[in-house]
Design a protein. Structure first.
Length: 329
């Protein structure tokens, strides 16, 4: 599963991609620097794994990750299905969730796509309209093929009113995909108000500038940020929520603390397949306890055993976020 980064040109999409993936993809102050999408992985540096390392100090940490796709700036008129606009939209359709970056910073070095009309609210609505129109084009084509389809009739009607429809089976529609707005702001400026359900506020340039400083100093800098601003780690956590992922851990002989992303609602048998196909094929049972129970025990497994918090589960057990799993096979 992956998450796409979309928005108008010059709003900080590639800068956000570089921040989350610790990459160095080219970004520029002129539009359409990105044509082909950049792809990378964003590590979810789960603090629970660092706490577990205190119990197993020689263990190596292997963080879970999510795949990020940096889609080129979406131009007005993209929904007409011509040229680069059609190409950009096809890249968005191949994503499972969307981070929509909106510019709310001022910079003389970075030109605005439309300096006269550009406000955070206008820019947001411009891209949203293009996505609704692109989806309506698909719905209209499907209706020509299946005029009696109840789903496509209802979907076309909702899209004409700019209402989000139910997802289609093929995943071609963009507007039903889980989406979070990322307001790319300037730290210290007044908080911009946007009337949307899920909004993250982040100064991407400021966070990028902290990438090379040590963790202790970075923590002190982050304390100076307003509480309503998000860090890179919090954005990755939000992406995992959008994708419906939870984290489980394995402790391989006390030598490796590894995190895995699994779909919420997965069984421990399905989780075993994520760890290794051989474990799933020869699955017998699983020994399971949760990080929160381990924490409450003072990180002492003997206390967990005495309190009955270490359980033996069969293949139908549904794993929970923070479960520490040992597959017996």
């Amino acid at each position: 599963m992956n998450c796409g980064i979309i928005g108008l040109p010059n709003v900080g999409k590639t800068a956000l991609f570089n921040l989350l993936t610790e990459n160095s993809a080219e970004s520029s102050s002129y539009p359409y620097c990105t044509i082909e999408p950049n792809t990378g992985i964003a590590l979810h540096k789960d603090k629970r794994q660092n706490r577990l390392q205190a119990v197993f100090p020689s263990a190596k940490i292997v963080y879970p990750y999510v795949k990020i796709v940096d889609v080129a700036g979406l131009p007005p008129g993209a929904s007409k299905g011509e040229g680069l606009g059609n190409q950009f939209l096809s890249h968005v359709r191949n994503t499972d969730a969307v981070l929509h970056v909106v510019r709310a910073f001022n910079s003389p070095e970075v030109s605005r796509f439309d300096s006269k009309e550009s406000t955070p609210g206008n820019d947001l609505e411009l891209v949203e309209t293009e996505l609704f129109l692109a989806d309506l084009e698909i719905a209209s084509r499907r209706l020509e093929e299946e005029p009696e389809s109840k789903y496509w009739n209802e979907t076309a009607s909702r899209l004409r009113n700019q209402e989000i429809p139910q997802p289609d089976d093929e995943g071609d529609l963009i507007t039903p995909k889980p989406q979070v707005i990322v307001m790319n702001i300037t730290t210290g400026a007044e908080k911009p108000q946007i009337n949307r359900q899920k909004v993250i506020y982040a100064d991407v340039d400021f966070l990028q500038g902290m990438a090379d400083i040590d963790e202790k100093e970075k923590t002190e800098f982050l304390k100076e940020m307003p509480a309503w601003e998000s860090s890179a780690g919090e954005i990755v956590s939000e992406i995992k929520k959008m994708l419906g992922l939870v984290t489980v851990f394995t402790l391989v002989g006390g030598k490796e603390i590894k995190g895995y992303n699994v779909q919420k609602g997965s069984t421990v048998y399905e989780t075993a397949g994520k760890i290794h196909t051989d474990m799933q094929e020869t699955f017998a049972r699983a020994r399971v306890y949760n990080f929160e129970d381990l924490k409450a025990s003072g990180f002492k497994t003997d206390n967990l055993k005495n309190s009955g918090k270490i359980r033996t589960e069969g293949k139908d057990y549904t794993v929970e976020d923070g479960d520490i799993v040992e597959i017996l096979f």
